[in-house]
Design a binder for this molecule. Structure first.
Ligand SMILES: *Cc1c(COP(=O)(O)O)cnc(C)c1O
Length: 383
């Protein structure tokens, strides 16, 4: 069994993907070829944003957003800019804030969606705060209206890390187009994935769009005229071609993911805390993540039954070795963000992709129930 079965997907869409790739091989415009522009138009139309700027990864998307907003060293300010974000995320979120020359300021999550808790944000705002960067974790959007309202009161930008949530809705609006800039990833195992690295930024602001378009291409405004310090962060034409083929089945895949999540929950809800969707939200179901008390033993029992699992993520960012100095400076330690730390100790993601068969879901659920009972003989030993 695969955690994410990309081969099953390829068996379904091989003809479309091969045809799209072949066209690129024929025209040979590998850098910013016609597929890139076509993809950007389709993605922008899909989320209802004025602009889509594709780029080389979700990580680059975050960096481009921060650079376009002149947050960090690009600001020219002496004291470090601050960006409020969640400590319970993939490392890239905090990493790009730091790489841009700003400081990530962590705020705890709410325990249901595992996203930035809007009630805790305002206390963390200082005169140095420039933006709020919520993550829409596991595919479910953060409470973006509440976060946008706080940002508006304080004159801050909001960057949504929608790397896991492309395809999800919040109050009928698309994740990725819920704030100043939305960033997503096309890493192969994300809900919409390419065959390598890829990403995109969305915005409705013309000036930010122009800035990100230049920044992803060495800050060029016209050929060899450099008006900004940027990066080589373009999306490959080949990856755009793969994404165009995959977009044709994406809505069906989202429906399949939601059905699979529903099946899991029906089978597991009496045994273990299952994922819950908050009010007026859908999920792209990048992950189906439960919470267990004795994770190590559940993981090894499932592994023994041939079922792959993953932990997203075992260590919150404020406890990462690289942030030890920042943590000392700001005063973060174990216990600083109890909801994030509690989740990090307990979350366990089960296999999730649109091609999971009902019999596989049943097999996983049965194996999980056995695993939750603990190792055979453990209770006897305790007596
Ligand atoms: C995957 C991911 C990223 C990084 O995306 P890449 O395309 O791998 O660079 C950033 N943030 C979150 C929350 C992610 O899940």
């Amino acid at each position: 069994m695969e955690f994410v079965d990309l081969k099953a997907q390829y068996r379904r869409i091989a003809e479309r993907v091969d045809a799209r790739i072949r066209r690129v091989l024929e025209h040979q415009r590998f850098i910013l070829g016609p597929e890139v522009a076509e993809l950007e138009q389709r993605l922008a139309a899909r989320v209802g944003a004025k602009h889509c700027i594709s780029c080389a990864s979700g990580t680059d998307a975050l960096l481009l957003a921060l650079l376009a907003l002149k947050i960090g060293s690009a600001s020219g300010r002496n004291s470090p800019d601050e960006v409020i974000t969640s400590p319970f995320t993939f490392f890239a979120t905090g990493e790009m804030i730091t790489l841009a020359g700003a400081r990530p300021i962590f705020v705890d999550i709410e325990p249901v969606g595992h996203n930035l808790d809007p009630e805790k944000i305002e206390a963390a705002i200082t005169p140095r705060t420039k933006a709020i960067l919520p993550i829409s974790l596991y595919g479910q959007p953060a409470d973006m209206d509440a976060i946008n309202a706080i940002a508006a009161r304080h004159g801050l930008a909001v960057i949504e890390d929608a790397a896991q949530s492309f395809g999800a809705l919040y109050r009928g609006r698309h994740s990725g187009n819920l704030s100043t800039i939305g960033c997503t990833s096309f890493f192969p195992s994300k809900p919409l994935g390419c065959y390598g690295d890829g990403g995109a930024c969305f915005t409705n602001d013309d000036a930010l769009a122009a800035a990100m378009e230049q920044l992803r291409n060495h800050g060029q405004q016209g050929r060899y005229r450099h008006t900004r310090i940027g990066i080589n962060g373009r999306l490959d034409t080949l990856q755009a071609a793969v994404l165009l083929a995959k977009l044709e089945v994406f809505d069906e895949e989202l429906t399949a993911r939601a059905e699979i999540a529903g099946r899991y929950t029906a089978l597991l809800k009496d045994s273990v805390p299952t994922p819950r969707l908050l009010h007026e939200r859908t999920s792209a179901w990048a992950q189906y993540t439960i919470e267990v008390d004795d994770r190590a033993s559940v993981e090894s029992s499932l592994k023994g039954a041939g079922i792959p699992t993953a932990v997203h993520y075992p260590t919150p960012l404020h406890l990462q070795p690289v942030y030890a100095e920042l943590a000392r400076d700001v005063g973060w330690r174990i216990g600083s963000f109890p909801a994030a730390e509690h989740a990090a100790d307990r979350v366990l993601s089960l296999p999730m992709h649109p091609y999971l068969e009902p019999h596989q879901i049943e097999e996983i659920a049965e194996a999980l129930k056995v695993a939750l009972r603990g190792p055979v003989g453990a209770s006897a030993q305790r007596v």
